[in-house]
Write a protein that binds this ligand. Structure first.
Ligand SMILES: [Zn+2]
Length: 268
């Protein structure tokens, strides 16, 4: 295979505080990013695999703030987006498939796509999961272990139901911190290693894929994620080109309820 030059653009992102359902749950990177582009070149040929990033899938409601709305996809639009994937020859794959492609040249379908969901919101179980099943699609649900079983988050039995229906559970730490700000290693390891063990014990399966809360990480974080035994880690850097060089900083597309934006980004 001839080696080709790839330019990856890492957009700068802004951390903002979101208040959902009456309490602060997360700080979320703004979707419209001003890109202070960092140039990166590699000799590895890239594989074009859009990684879709969903947060809430639920109907809009009166009084929804602009920010919450940006991170919410109504179920009918979610259905339209999956229908678009089906009608346009996209095939959802898992991160097992992508890493097997990198490591042992596993063949991927013509237009692979990876569907991911962040944070373990119960609305994903209620609204997105049935639509995923309707299309026969698999996806990766990155959950963080602390709030599971609490109000507005999935319950462990719901997580297990999804695993039994061929969904993949990924890890998103214990408490959703900004990992680069954690100074002591014991805490950092707890967030990255303990959550993996907790989820594995609950679902009875290995958890191999990690997503950085807020897309926040540094080189030390990556090292701990590798040592914990994950095979991949996803950021929120915008992009559809993946390589083995960025398997611990995979790029993605944060999906909104704007269908035209979805079509344009997935085909970028
Ligand atoms: Zn998150």
């Amino acid at each position: 295979m001839p080696s080709i030059k790839v330019k990856g653009i890492l957009p700068g992102f802004v951390i903002v505080v979101a208040v959902f359902a009456g309490y602060a749950y997360a700080q979320t990177p703004a979707i419209t990013t001003s890109s202070s582009a960092v140039s990166m070149s590699t000799s590895t040929p890239f594989t074009r695999v859009p990684i879709l990033i969903y947060h809430s899938v639920r109907p809009y409601y009166p009084g929804i703030t602009k920010l919450v709305k940006e991170y919410t996809v109504p179920p009918d639009i979610f259905d339209d987006q999956l229908k678009y994937l089906r009608d346009n020859g996209y095939t959802p794959i898992t991160l097992d498939d992508l890493t097997a492609h990198f490591n042992s040249n596993k063949l991927l379908p013509d237009r692979p796509v990876i569907i991911t969901f962040d944070d373990g919101w119960e609305n994903q179980y209620r609204y997105a999961f049935p639509i995923m099943k309707k299309y026969g699609y698999t996806g990766i649900f990155y959950i963080y272990s602390n709030p599971i079983d609490r109000k507005v988050f999935m319950k462990w039995d719901e997580v297990k139901t999804m695993v039994d229906a061929n969904m993949v559970i990924g890890d998103h730490t214990k408490s959703h911190p900004e990992l680069s700000k954690i100074k002591d290693d014991a805490t950092l390891r707890k967030e990255i290693e303990d959550s993996k063990k907790i989820i594995e014990a609950k679902i009875g399966k290995p958890v191999n894929d990690f997503a950085y809360p807020f897309g926040d990480f540094n080189s030390h974080t990556i090292e701990i994620v590798k040592q914990a035994g994950y095979q991949s880690a996803r950021t929120v850097f915008k992009g559809t080109h993946q390589t083995n060089d960025i398997v611990f900083t995979l790029h993605g597309i944060i999906v909104t309820g704007d269908f035209n934006r979805f079509v344009s980004l997935i085909n970028e």
